[in-house]
Design a protein around this ligand. Structure first.
Ligand SMILES: *Cc1c(COP(=O)(O)O)cnc(C)c1O
Length: 397
């Protein structure tokens, strides 16, 4: 955690730029600009891809171990295991913990579908927990309440909690870990959106015993296809994960010793991520500046995403709450500014997960899905473009 420590502790501060309206302010603005990023690193990417073509180890090439080591060094995790997607990362982590039929897995109701579908895929039962209205992350008092309900009903074993770091903000791990300890739950972080975030002087990836992340192209650190990783604080557990991603085989990949599947990351994707990792801190710094600028400009008029003390967001999305969300989004669309609604529907209302909803519903998750709006925060936005976005939002209120 050496070279990165100051980025973890320094406060977000805006560039403080003045605002002459620049020519680029009126061009269409994307939610994520992978083209601008590619222009910056294209020759390095081409070089890395050529290296893979030359050595020909398309599966389990040297770039896999190289990236696993680089990610372990960067996050402080004891070990990192690359895999084929963020969803597989969640599933493999649960398999390594022996989670399956009869087990209750506590997840927020306000997150991406994968958190819940992964639970179903290992045969366990999702129990939906409501979220905090200001952080959008798992509400700790409701977690305790839901665990008690499951215990009282006596049908399922409360085994695991999967907090999600929504929009890049790490969940309240100190509080959640206390509840987990009280009830004997294992904590697995769904950090698909929060690579680069931190809490209490540690990086995402090393906040709890196991962390799953995604390298889907639009995530803060993305490859050119699907990819994921599990960060583990235990080397023994990482060995089990390496076995699971390769048909449950032993170290020589011959005898299957446990259930497993083909869930490896392609060498090419690791090669691409090695290049993207070299500019990640610079991109993260820019995202933080943009967030500070949004906070400054929008502060008095809309509900901003909050960042609790001791916590740094990875800022994969900048999401605000609006009473008249649809009018603001229409104004943005008219101005050719991309925006997105994550998530229009809380999980416990979806067809596949309805059966697991509690009769009381999840009042905060339900309310947020009607008010949330995510604005562009990719690192290639100029200050002028951010001002243009803010002007458009403020004019539509
Ligand atoms: C993207 C995402 C996932 C799944 O990652 P994939 O790589 O797309 O499988 C899981 N959880 C959350 C919260 C996500 O945003």
């Amino acid at each position: 955690m050496t070279a990165h420590t100051d980025m973890l502790t320094s406060d977000v501060s805006s560039s403080g730029a003045k605002r002459p309206l620049a020519a680029d302010a009126n061009r269409p603005i994307a939610l994520v600009d992978l083209k601008a990023q590619q222009n910056r690193i294209r020759s390095a990417i081409d070089g890395r891809i050529r290296t893979v073509m030359d050595h020909g180890k398309y599966v389990d090439g040297p770039e896999i171990a190289q990236l696993e080591d680089a990610l372990a060094v960067r996050t402080g995790a004891a070990d990192v295991v690359l895999c084929s997607s963020g969803t597989e990362a969640l599933e493999f982590a649960m398999m390594a913990q022996g989670i399956g039929p009869g087990d209750a897995v506590f997840i927020p109701g306000f997150t991406y579908n994968a958190t819940a579908s992964a639970v179903l895929m290992v045969g366990a039962t999702p129990v939906f927990v409501d979220v905090n209205e200001r952080t959008f992350n798992m509400d700790t008092p409701d977690l305790a309440c839901k665990v008690n309900q499951v215990k009282k009903a006596g049908k399922l074993n409360p085994r695991l909690v999967i907090p999600v770091d929504l929009f890049g903000l790490p969940a309240d791990y100190p509080a959640i870990s206390d509840v987990a300890q009280e009830f004997g739950l294992f904590v697995l972080a769904d950090a698909a959106q929060s690579f680069g975030g931190g809490q209490g002087g540690r990086w995402v990836g090393n906040l709890v015993p196991m962390t799953a992340t995604s390298f889907f192209p639009a995530k803060p650190l993305g490859c050119y296809g699907d990819g994921g990783a599990i960060f583990s604080q235990s080397r023994e557990q990482a060995d089990i994960l390496r076995s699971i991603r390769w048909h449950g085989t032993d170290e020589s990949h011959t005898e299957s010793v446990r259930p497993g599947t083909n869930g490896r990351m392609d060498t090419l994707q690791a090669a691409i991520l090695l290049v993207k990792l070299t500019i990640f801190d610079d991109e993260l710094a820019r995202r933080r500046c943009i967030a500070a600028l949004y906070n400054e400009r929008l502060g008095d008029r809309v509900k901003l995403p909050i960042c609790p003390p001791q916590t740094q967001s990875g800022w994969s999305l900048y999401s605000i709450l609006l009473d008249d969300r649809d009018r603001v989004q229409a104004a943005l669309t008219d101005a050719q500014i991309a925006s997105a609604i994550y998530y229009k529907q809380p999980l416990h209302q979806m067809k596949a997960f309805k059966a697991f909803a509690s009769p009381q519903g999840l009042p905060v998750s339900e309310k947020l899905s009607g008010q949330i709006l995510s604005l562009p925060i990719h690192p290639y936005l100029t200050d002028d473009q951010v001002h243009h976005i803010c002007d458009t939002v403020l004019a539509a209120l």
